[in-house]
Write a protein that binds this ligand. Structure first.
Ligand SMILES: *Cc1c(COP(=O)(O)O)cnc(C)c1O
Length: 419
């Protein structure tokens, strides 16, 4: 493995950590070259919803690839994209009338930010400030890092990041501080507020209430600040409902979806926009069109995979699977909570998280040690700092989930326990 030219993401090659070689995957199980069977307890970084290699998604990809593999999307269209956009119109909040395609969560957020700025420019109002939430994560491109939390992972790029207004995370008991800060920013004519509804994923699986989400949406509406819901992680059932926004009874002005959009099989993203956002760009003046594209916008094969994902949502008992998983997760979490080495147990639908250990200072090396302990036990878990979370595919079996939690207990006792 020493001579591989591959430069891996979020990997320090200098540490010489082993990089397992995965040959195939099925359901919630990854098979490696050395014959190990690894339980995928984080849905291969939050994307796999129905399980790996779902036969209907695989078949849709194969069929579409042999019919129409790729076509320019500026000024051209095709059935898989039309069908997908029409389905999203029915599945997603009613006020989101327009579907713009891109390729990843990051690009869907870049598109959302550009739409928001275009909206204000074309309405003739000078609004360009973006409001963000502390500990937010929206991607790793320059624009998305600008609206995300600043830290070690973007220190080198800081000079390129644009200025934003941050509001505090609405921790339980201090929600009013967040709402007040948002209201101040909106009153100062912020262009848009971007937020992860209910769960801040990469920021440490931090969770806040639907009531706070609803209140934030109300404040934005009051001042005309566009509300951008980044549901790249929370969408497609993760928090128990199709969208996290549903639990707050709200509709955003702009919605970002990716990860589970194709069931996690192939990259695709959409940014959905309300009619006023679309109409701000609608004109007989070519200078007002929305200037964004990438080579593979609305790639037919990716759209076919997304259509198969939606068909699975429609014909298979996905909502029941999610409810069952949420119940099992809750039972496991209750047991885990009694462990003296864990605190701050929390859950949103299919996602659970706990913080491990006592203090925060020493913990910088906890994550890699836990990661190694999980690996040694053939469970794919990837702690965020001292936060261990479980976000499995909805098809995970009860015995597999038992093993995940037994492994968490073993690993935290080995790594964080007294010795
Ligand atoms: C993962 C994630 C993104 C970025 O998506 P990529 O496909 O990795 O570019 C953006 N927003 C949220 C909330 C995410 O969890």
């Amino acid at each position: 493995m020493t001579s591989s030219p591959v430069w891996h993401p979020f990997t320090q090659h200098g540490l010489g950590e082993p990089i397992p070689h995965v040959t195939h995957a099925q359901g919630a199980v990854l098979h490696t070259q050395d014959g190990a069977e690894v339980i995928d307890a984080i849905s291969s970084w939050w994307v796999t919803t129905h399980g790996h290699a779902h036969p209907r998604i695989a078949a849709a990809i194969a069929e579409q690839a042999s019919r129409l593999d790729q076509i320019i999307f500026a000024g051209w269209t095709h059935a898989p994209a039309e069908e997908l956009a029409a389905s999203l119109r029915t599945l997603m909040p009613e006020s989101l009338t327009r579907v713009f395609f891109s390729d990843s969560g990051s690009t869907s957020v870049e598109v959302a930010l550009k739409m928001a700025l275009g909206y204000w420019l074309h309405r003739g109002e000078a609004r360009h400030r973006i409001v963000v939430m502390d500990n937010g994560y929206h991607g790793d491109t320059i624009g998305t890092m600008s609206v995300g939390a600043r830290g070690a992972f973007n220190r080198a790029y800081e000079p390129l990041l644009f200025d934003v207004t941050s509001i505090p995370f609405p921790a339980e008991g201090s929600e009013q501080r967040t709402l007040d800060a948002l209201e101040r920013a909106c009153r100062d004519r912020a262009a848009a507020f971007i937020v992860e509804p209910l769960v801040l994923g990469a920021g440490g699986m931090l969770m806040y209430s639907p009531a706070t989400l609803a209140e934030m949406r109300r404040i934005c509406a009051e001042y005309g600040t566009l509300f951008i819901a980044d549901e790249v992680m929370t969408g497609w059932g993760r928090t128990g409902t199709m969208l996290a926004c549903e639990q707050a009874g709200i509709e955003p002005d702009i919605l970002c979806l990716s990860k589970g959009l194709t069931g996690g099989a192939i990259p695709l993203a959409v940014t959905m926009a309300s009619e006023p956002v679309f109409e701000a760009h609608l004109s007989d003046d070519r200078a007002r069109m929305f200037f964004h594209s990438s080579s593979y916008t609305a790639n037919p094969v990716a759209c076919a995979a997304a259509n198969a994902n939606i068909a699975i949502w429609q014909d298979e008992p996905v909502a029941e699977r999610i409810a069952t998983l949420a119940q099992r997760q809750s039972a496991q979490l209750t047991r885990l909570t009694s462990h003296p080495l864990v605190r701050n147990a929390r859950q949103a639908g299919t996602i659970t998280a706990v913080d491990v250990g006592e203090a925060d200072g020493y913990l910088s090396d906890l994550a890699p040690r836990l990661l190694a302990a999980f690996r040694a036990r053939n469970v794919l878990l990837r702690p965020l700092g001292n936060t261990v979370y479980v976000m499995p595919p909805y098809c995970i079996e009860e015995a597999q989930l038992d093993r995940v939690y037994a492994t968490i207990v073993e690993a935290i006792e080995e790594v964080a326990g007294p010795n």
